[in-house]
Design a protein around this ligand. Structure first.
Ligand SMILES: *[C@@H]1O[C@H](CO)[C@@H](O)[C@H](O)[C@H]1NC(C)=O
Ligand SMILES: *[C@@H]1O[C@H](CO)[C@@H](O)[C@H](O)[C@H]1NC(C)=O
Length: 394
């Protein structure tokens, strides 16, 4: 025992020692923490709620009857259009929705994949393992467990049998292009695979590395290959200010086993499911269009030119049911969407048209008023509302 530590002064040393210890600890904590906020890209969250297990916990739709299943009615109408992620949590079971449009959709997808593969399918070498992982899980686990009345495993031939198309899919493949092509002909969903960029300057942001997209709504998917998430969304008004940061962060940190879902909508004045362009408009294009119309009006003065080019019978509400999840092994992100089209007559007969009309006006009332031009509401808005309200009949 050191003599001077005894007696009334000893507590001073204790307090000093403790203070020094706390000071050191805090410095160390700061030392470890400070740089991570700007130099280390975010990594997927380790959340005990989510794990690889959920890839195997697929709830079967035991009595699923394809012919009797109508397409889901998506009516995501809001009186003000705010550009947000608007995500719902869901489970892996919910990845694919099947309905009685399957046969005609699959026929269309097959034609596209056979006749214009360069438009609908691409694979970068970097994405090969991810695609094979996704394919193997889809044919081994997801499809036969989720839809046992449609897909049956045949262990003797090592294939998955599709009772609707009568196609047999091999359980093991080595070609990623073949795998994506088979997925495209089996599931009426479009898939885009993203991986973290290997360029250090990109700070771990995600790039599009592979896709099978038969039904793009006004975007040229091949031109989006290799692009960063923010570059893919370049044409979306308000994206960089309102959404880019939270999207990048969400994509970077989504844990394995967690799946999210969202819906979006627009109105198209045609029914083509595969469409690279024409579904969106820019201010410049709109101005050029107006200029042309004025010229025509002057030429045909008094002739009452009233052709707005909107054919109600061809006009549809086009919705996408989108999901995002991360593959457990390769950690690739899989963005999937299924496209729905609802005719204007169907919507009018269904009732509740005022919610839809409010949403049409609401495109210009949210945080990105430019949506009215981008979604071409300035072209179809008035006519669609008049038709829905029964003021006109075609
Ligand atoms: C989804 O789950 C996360 C936890 O992973 C939770 O923080 C969030 O509130 C949930 N979102 C909704 C819309 O329920
Ligand atoms: C839905 O959103 C995606 C972007 O996530 C966009 O590419 C697509 O054109 C939109 N589709 C519709 C029908 O609005």
């Amino acid at each position: 025992m050191i003599p001077f530590l005894r007696g009334p002064t000893s507590w001073v040393f204790l307090v000093l020692g403790l203070a020094f210890y706390i000071y050191r600890r805090r410095r160390n904590v700061n030392k470890v923490k400070a740089p991570s906020s700007y130099s280390t890209p975010p990594t997927p969250t380790k959340d005990a709620t989510y794990s690889e297990e959920s890839y195997h916990q697929i709830e079967p739709l035991t009595d699923f009857n394809l012919a009797a299943t109508e397409p889901i009615k998506i009516r995501p109408f809001k009186p003000k259009y705010h550009l947000t992620m608007a995500l719902e949590n869901t489970t892996m079971s919910d990845l694919v929705a099947m309905d009685n449009t399957y046969i005609e959709r699959i026929k269309l997808r097959k034609d596209l994949i056979e006749n214009q593969p360069q438009d609908v399918l691409a694979v970068n070498p970097k994405a090969v393992d991810a695609i094979l992982e996704f394919y193997t899980w889809s044919v081994h686990v997801y499809l036969p467990r989720r839809f046992p009345t449609i897909f049956t495993l045949s262990p003797t031939t090592s294939t998955l049998y599709n009772t609707i198309t009568h196609q047999s899919l091999p359980l093991h493949l080595t070609s990623a292009v073949h795998a994506l092509s088979l997925i495209g002909q089996t599931i009426d969903d479009d898939f885009l695979l993203l991986l973290p960029s290997s360029n250090p300057q990109d700070d771990g942001k995600y790039r599009l590395e592979a896709f099978i997209t038969c039904f793009p709504s006004g975007f040229n998917t091949p031109k989006k290959l290799n692009l960063l998430l923010s570059e893919i969304h370049g044409p979306v008004p308000g994206y960089s200010e309102k959404l880019e940061k939270s999207m990048d962060r969400f994509f970077a940190t989504l844990p394995v086993g967690k799946m999210v879902k969202r819906h979006n909508w627009s109105v198209t004045t045609h029914r083509r499911l595969f469409t690279f362009d024409g579904n969106h408009l820019t201010d410049e294009e709109l101005a050029a269009q107006k200029h042309k119309e004025n010229e025509n009006e002057n030429e045909n003065e008094g002739a009452g030119v009233e052709d707005d080019g909107v054919d109600i019978e061809q006009t549809v509400l086009r919705c996408e049911r989108q999901t995002l999840h991360r593959l457990p092994k390769t950690k690739a992100l899989v963005f999937a969407f299924k496209t729905y089209q609802y005719g204007m007559r169907e919507l009018r007969n269904e009732g509740g048209v005022e919610d839809f009309c409010a949403a049409i006006d609401g495109l210009g009332l949210g945080n990105v008023p430019g949506m009215t031009v981008y979604k071409r509401q300035v072209v179809w808005g008035e006519k669609v509302k008049a038709f829905l309200r029964g003021e006109i009949d075609e």
